[in-house]
Design a protein around this ligand. Structure first.
Ligand code: FE
Ligand code: FE
Ligand code: ZN
Length: 261
């Protein structure tokens, strides 16, 4: 994973901690870890991002499903400590009719059980498109989760450009305005990573279908404004576009050519 990223010219990458559908993870091999840390140092790989399986639901109606999310995420966080100083992103969950308020309470409750004072991983809530009963479709919902987490210093937010546009934040026409809102409600210092995706669907459609950069409703110019924005340009950007490796390489080249960094 790290090698592929370096081969196509990236200095960071995102990876799933296990099969995205949430099965068992491989045992950790300390030699593998050492080899990765050494490689990352040599190649100047900066902060990387782990992604929890997207099938987990921290605010399911079913206690067993919540328990599974808790155990999986606790195990992931233990593993993350082998590569300290990175981030772990997850989808807050779907409240499935319990209402966002109850969903938020359950998500924060789960986080309060798995975070520990000495951990060196920052856990990120991903901004969601608002498909179905997804929690995290508004900045207010994310703030409410963060407010209920006791070890808030270990928490942050990952902004997904496709998701926020889908959720009804117009980063095409008014990126500054959206960032102002984010700052007022959550605080920009909480923003730790960007998922850079175009969207197959128009503004506020709550669908969550990613598109290749420049081929969707956000368009190349809006995405270029995101990577060059003075309040965002220091952040790590992760592509989640529907591509294979050569497609990612082309997107990286496009972004580098348009970058003012
Ligand atoms: Fe995600
Ligand atoms: Fe994403
Ligand atoms: Zn998505």
């Amino acid at each position: 994973m790290g090698k592929e990223a370096v081969e196509i010219g990236a200095n960071t990458f995102q990876f799933f901690t296990r099969n995205p559908r949430g099965s068992k993870a491989k045992a950790i091999d300390p030699e593998d870890v050492q080899a990765y840390l050494e490689y990352a140092r040599q190649k100047d790989i900066c902060q990387i991002l782990a992604h929890a399986p997207y099938t987990l639901n921290a605010c399911s109606k079913e206690p067993k499903t919540r328990e599974f999310a808790l155990r999986t995420m606790a195990d992931d966080l233990e593993r993350m400590e082998y590569i300290p100083g990175n981030c772990y992103n997850f989808h807050p969950g779907s409240h499935v009719g319990q209402g966002p308020k109850e969903g938020i309470r359950q998500i924060a409750g789960l986080l309060n059980e798995i975070l520990s004072p000495g951990q060196r991983t920052t856990v990120l809530l991903e901004t969601m498109a608002g498909k179905g009963t997804e929690v995290g479709r508004t900045f207010e919902e994310l703030r409410d989760i963060l407010e209920q987490v006791k070890l808030g210093d270990h928490m942050g937010v990952c902004l997904d450009t496709c998701h926020v546009y889908d959720a009804g934040y117009d980063i095409v026409q008014d990126l500054d305005g959206v960032l102002e809102q984010f700052d007022r409600i959550i605080g920009l210092e909480r923003l730790k990573a960007i998922h850079l995706n175009d969207s197959k669907n128009p503004f506020a459609s709550h669908k969550d279908r990613h598109e290749k950069l420049g081929q969707g409703f956000l368009g190349e110019e809006a995405l270029v404004r995101v990577i060059n924005h003075p309040q965002l340009k220091h952040l790590p950007f992760y592509l989640e576009t529907p591509n294979e490796l050569p497609g990612y390489q082309r997107e990286l080249e496009l972004l580098k050519a348009r970058s003012e960094h």
